[in-house]
Design a binder for this molecule. Structure first.
Ligand code: SF4
Length: 365
């Protein structure tokens, strides 16, 4: 059993795994890595290229910043423009362009926008600034939602009344279902997200194997984790026995993390959510329960409705559905770069375009 991080990057073992995968794959396969963290690892270690003779690896909608719509980004920016409001956000959100501006631009114009590493930090800002309202941009999947729920419970316990969450949380299994129902891309297997699965467990994906006949393996984020998951996917596909398996036992239990789920369910209830590129998906979002409405930024502030605009020629939406890759975008690497991003997939550290730019510009083009 491997104990150290370096062991999950052992190039000799990786080479053997790649050879086995290619040997055992009897037809061309199309796999989707749902999670942006997997896309980054796949590009960083050149796995896409190593497997490309037999396996096509497509990115999915597993980057929370990327799937946030311009309409929601515009609301986050509008919160920052309110008087006496501090917006607290994860750093990845700063540079993402909304319809006409970004959090970084409004901060340069004088808005109080602060980068935090956790919801707990945002709560600390609220405590330190009792005369201001602090709006935390609650972004992320099932992984981050419990920590944000915990911050709301703590705000209630500590009687902090100037802390608000703008809940943009999204849930993974419903959007996978939406992609499969659309039939736009035929997939043979899915590399399921590691961190999300640490919270929701493996049972949450069983419908994919059962109802759609698609192989599923939950993977960690090191190159050997991903190769092991692909090896397991190939074995399932070649034996026509799709099921859900865990290739990330050190992080994921079949039942998930019950404590985190209980905290999440105490504060949030399931709602519909709108995803960039996918549209409105039933039961794929989280909103604060009625008991916690006092902490809901959307109830606390009335914002003027605006009509969102999408960046022209940006194909982030199609990339997030696995229909295209960043290399299909005419702006990639020329008019759109990490220093001057046109769409969110070039901004986020988990975005496909950023991953292709940093690690793949000459790799598999
Ligand atoms: Fe959008 Fe830029 Fe990616 Fe093109 S390269 S899809 S413009 S983010």
């Amino acid at each position: 059993m491997m104990k150290f991080l370096d062991e999950y990057r052992d190039s000799a073992i990786a080479k053997r795994l790649v050879e086995k995968i290619l040997e055992q794959t009897t037809r061309r396969l199309r796999l989707m890595e749902f999670c942006g963290g997997h896309t980054v690892s796949i590009m960083r270690y050149g796995l896409r290229q190593l497997l490309s003779s037999r396996i096509e690896l497509l990115s999915g909608p597993g980057c929370p910043v990327c799937v946030t719509t311009n309409s929601d980004l515009d609301k986050a920016i509008a919160f920052a423009k309110q008087p006496n409001v501090i917006v607290a956000t994860f750093g990845d959100m700063l540079k993402v362009p909304g319809s006409d501006s970004s959090l970084q631009l409004v901060r340069a114009e004088g808005a109080d926008v602060r980068v935090v590493y956790s919801a707990q930090d945002a709560l600390g800002i609220a405590q330190a600034n009792p005369n201001k309202a602090v709006v935390f941009i609650g972004i992320g999947f099932e992984t981050t939602a419990p920590t944000i729920a915990a911050s709301v419970l703590e705000a209630e316990r500590s009687n902090i009344k100037n802390y608000y969450v703008f809940s943009l949380h999204k849930l993974c299994p419903p959007v996978i279902k939406a992609l499969l129902d659309s039939g736009e891309r035929k997939l043979d297997g899915i590399i399921c997200p590691g961190h999300v699965s640490a919270i929701i467990g493996s049972h949450a994906y069983e419908f994919i194997a059962r109802d759609y006949g698609i192989a599923c393996v939950i993977a960690g984020f090191e190159p050997l984790d991903i190769l092991l998951a692909i090896h397991m996917l190939v074995a399932q596909i070649e034996s026509s026995q799709p099921r859900v398996e865990i290739a990330y036992r050190r992080g994921v239990k079949p039942e998930g993390n019950r404590t985190a789920l209980e905290i999440l369910e105490t504060v949030f209830e399931i709602s519909s959510a709108t995803w960039r590129g996918v549209g409105k998906v039933a039961s794929s979002g989280l909103r604060l329960r009625e008991n916690y409405r006092a902490f809901d930024a959307e109830y606390a502030f009335s914002l003027d409705p605006t009509v969102p605009r999408e960046p022209e020629a940006c194909i982030c939406g199609e990339i997030l559905r696995g229909v295209k890759t960043p290399l299909h975008c005419a702006l990639f690497g020329s008019l759109c770069t990490p220093d001057s991003p046109v769409g969110p997939c070039m901004v986020s550290s988990e975005g496909s375009c950023a991953a292709y730019y940093h690690y793949g510009i000459n790799n598999g083009r």
